[in-house]
Every structure is written in C-alpha cells, then in structure tokens.
Design a binder for this molecule. Structure first.
Ligand SMILES: OCN(O)CCCc1ccccc1
Ligand code: NI
Length: 184
C-alpha cells in the first residue's frame, strides 16, 4: 500500500514535468498503480487507518506525486456527511471549457507534496468541463463547479507540472479578482 514515504515532495523535478499520455489498454502495472492511488485516498480519509499509518488526508492524488510521470489522477471527494460525491480515476484529463468567473477556497489550498503552509487564495475557474478517459479508455465529459472543480483543477495542474502556489498572487496573496467567489 502507498504511504507518505512514497509521496514525492516539492523540489523533485518529477513534479515539474508534463506527464506522459497514458495509452490503452492499460498495462497491469498501470492498473495496479491506479488502484493503489485510490486506496491511498480512501485510507487517508479513514481516521483509524490515517492515524495508524500517519497519512495526511487527501481528496486527490496525481501519479507524478508518487514518482510516475503519467497523466492520471485519483479523485475522492466526500461531502460533509462523508458520503462520496466524486470517486474517479481521471486519465489523460483536459479542461475543455472553463468559466470566466473564478473561485478560491477561503482557507487556501494545501498539497501532499508540499510540507508547509503557503497562505493565499488560489484563483481557479468556478465551472469547468473536463474530458478524460476511464480505466476502460472510454472518453467521459463532466461539468464541475465549486469544490469539485477546484480539486480537479489542482490535480490536472499536477499533471502539467504546476503546484497550487504557482497561482497565488505574489504581490497580494489574498487579492480577490473581479467576481471571484471565495468558498468557505
Ligand atoms: O494533489 C492532491 N493533493 O496534494 C492533496 C490535496 C488536494 C487538494 C487540496 C486543496 C484543494 C484542492 C485539492
Ligand atoms: Ni497536490
């Protein structure tokens, strides 16, 4: 099972490379990696297992965060009552439509690959349509807004070599762009 020791931290070049397109049919190795990534997220959101294995809770994990430069991310988003509202392996994901209107989390963002707090708003499109492939290679288009849109943009950024703090306004980290929504 994947543990925190398997997560690559900032400074490692693999986090700054554009990841390679995933080809189909998936190799057994790639299938296992996808399963391991989703299992990591589930374990990280389970209080007992997270405590037992010292896991930081995560709602997403990109393959390059475990050192594999492939364009795939696991996303596991619970709602306030711990009901899963999104459980997807995003393979070769692309944002094909995005709103002009931006959104940012009021408490900023964090990252399993960044062992420090970097304060500031991370402006992202409030509404996006993504096109990706599932584990069978089928193309799926999904429209997301608010928190789900934020998480998926955070993951797709990873696959393109970006980290959340690249998007924080350096002059004024809490600058609110015109019409930007702040999500508390
Ligand atoms: O790449 C995933 N990871 O570092 C875990 C944190 C994910 C995440 C945290 C805050 C806002 C959006 C996404
Ligand atoms: Ni991250």
């Amino acid at each position: 099972m994947l543990l925190m020791k398997d997560i690559v931290r900032e400074g490692n070049d693999v986090l700054r490379k554009v990841t390679d397109e995933v080809t189909f049919p998936l190799s057994d190795e790639t299938k296992k990696l996808a399963e391991d990534m989703m299992t990591f997220l589930k374990n990280s959101q389970n209080p007992e297992l997270a405590k037992k294995h010292q896991l930081r809770p995560g709602v997403g994990l990109a393959a390059n965060q475990v050192g594999v430069s492939k364009a795939m991310s696991a996303v596991l988003i619970p709602d306030a009552d711990d009901n899963i509202i999104m459980e997807e392996m995003l393979i070769n994901p692309k944002v094909i439509r995005q709103s002009v209107r931006k959104v940012a989390l009021g408490e900023g963002e964090g990252c399993l690959s960044v062992d420090r707090n970097v304060p500031g708003y991370v402006p992202r499109a409030n509404k996006i349509t993504i096109r990706y492939q599932n584990m069978d290679g089928e193309f799926i288009e999904k429209t997301l807004k608010g928190y789900e849109a934020i998480v998926c943009q955070h993951e797709i950024d990873h696959l393109n070599g970006h980290l959340f703090y690249d998007r924080i306004n350096q002059e004024n980290p809490f600058f609110v762009e015109t019409n930007m929504l702040i999500l508390e």
